[in-house]
Design a protein around this ligand. Sequence first.
Ligand SMILES: *Cc1c(COP(=O)(O)O)cnc(C)c1O
Length: 360
Amino acid sequence: MSRVFNFSAGPAALPEAVLKRAGEELLDWHGAGMSVMEMSHRGKEFMSIAAQAEADLRELLAVPDNYKVLFLQGGASSQFGMVPMNLTRDNKKVDYLITGSWSKKAVAEAKRYAEVNLAADTSDSKFTIAPGQDELKLSGDAAYVHYTPNETIHGVEFPYVLETGDVPLVADFSSTILSRPIDVSKYGIIYAGAQKNIGPAGLTIVIVRDDLIGNASDGTPTMFNYATHAKSGSMYNTPPTYSWYLAGLVFKWLKEKGGLSAMAEINQRKAQALYAAIDGSDFYANPVDPSCRSWMNVPFTLADAELDTKFLEGASAAGLKTLKGHRSVGGMRASIYNAMSEEGVQALIDYMAEFERVNG
Ligand SMILES: *Cc1c(COP(=O)(O)O)cnc(C)c1O
């Protein structure tokens, strides 16, 4: 067996140590005589797994006590609807920033429930820049402000946290959560699909401030109401137990690595090395303004798009997988989440240099 360097945007690579541990525990978890997949979610074994995972996540992100951490299903895409359903009962006006494909999708869904004011829209720049705070057209009396701190497809990221005064800030952190510390207290809601930087697909994590729970609009389905999950410890129905367990193993791994400050240093080094390689060459290019380049998703193009297939085939043969860019952007994209080692990034940089030498 040999493991490749997997640059997939999601579902993405998981830490090898976590997969090994899951493998060891697959048939018999801690003497229970069964797999975590086969356990009742209400039994004491799974309850302990669930509670430990939540405690470790709270510790990693220093989540304040007045926030609930929910372990849900439906992906970040369900949150596009759940957020307005839960926050606009008394005020239909909401502010959204469009900075890439994901925030655009969030807006399309919000429009079904609320009156959307676009506080920013960077489509004209082809999503290569994050708007500055002073450029935002915030309404001031919105029910919330929604943005996407890191746009996974375009590789553009906000270098600052939005200032929204008393208006709750809602953030889709799907592709950047756990890459570095976050000041959770600045947000009303943080949500993320797990399959990028948390764990396997099927789990969605929502961190929500207490005062934003219990105000769902009439007609909100029970399963889409934050109060349902907050009251039941995310066990109103059967949660995605195995994904929850695996996310818990990732949290333990992150703690062993020194927590999110340590991850931030590693992630910044990885990103800097890769962007330096791209910028230092006339053969490769990244279109994003250097002030807001993503640490996690690095899109790049080759000088001659005719060489894309050859680049990808050679990369694949060298054990560098899933580098094809999103179909809407083209070119390449290297996603370098927590589980991608510095060694993996260096292997990509070396391959890029060699490919340029031969084909440039
Ligand atoms: C992947 C992604 C989504 C969609 O996530 P699902 O879990 O597939 O619904 C939404 N927002 C961002 C920023 C993403 O990266």
